[in-house]
Design a protein around this ligand. Structure first.
Ligand SMILES: [Zn+2]
Ligand SMILES: [Zn+2]
Length: 113
């Protein structure tokens, strides 16, 4: 069986079929029906289409992008001019922000703001 496509959302939608809100959900057509909906695990097992569905997970479970080496000061200034910055694990964050993995922006780490 091939891996289902994974989608990370800050809020995992509740099940369109039974209304249950779970840690994870599936975006899938309803078997024999054709229209798409969000499904909990139990409904997906009964009515889902694993061949075309997406697996929806909370964004806190998203694996971090590959960490980069410490950026140059010029690189950070470039980001700051755009009102953004990279966290130490490679996520894009606010200049004074912390990403969903708890990593601080380079501007914070390097004491620039
Ligand atoms: Zn359900
Ligand atoms: Zn991160």
């Amino acid at each position: 069986m091939s891996e289902m496509r994974k989608v990370y959302l800050s809020t995992v939608p509740s099940c369109d079929l039974c209304g249950k809100q779970e840690q994870e959900a599936f975006d899938s057509p309803v078997k024999g029906h054709g229209s798409w909906g969000y499904m909990c695990k139990a409904c997906f097992a009964k009515h889902g289409r694993p061949d075309v569905a997406s697996h929806i997970l909370p964004s806190s479970m998203k694996p971090p992008p590959s960490p980069r080496k410490q950026p140059s000061l010029e690189q950070i200034e470039d980001w700051l001019q755009d009102g953004t910055c990279e966290a130490t694990d490679g996520c894009e964050v606010e200049p004074d922000g912390t990403c969903e993995h708890g990593k601080k922006s380079w501007a914070l780490v390097m004491g620039l703001i």
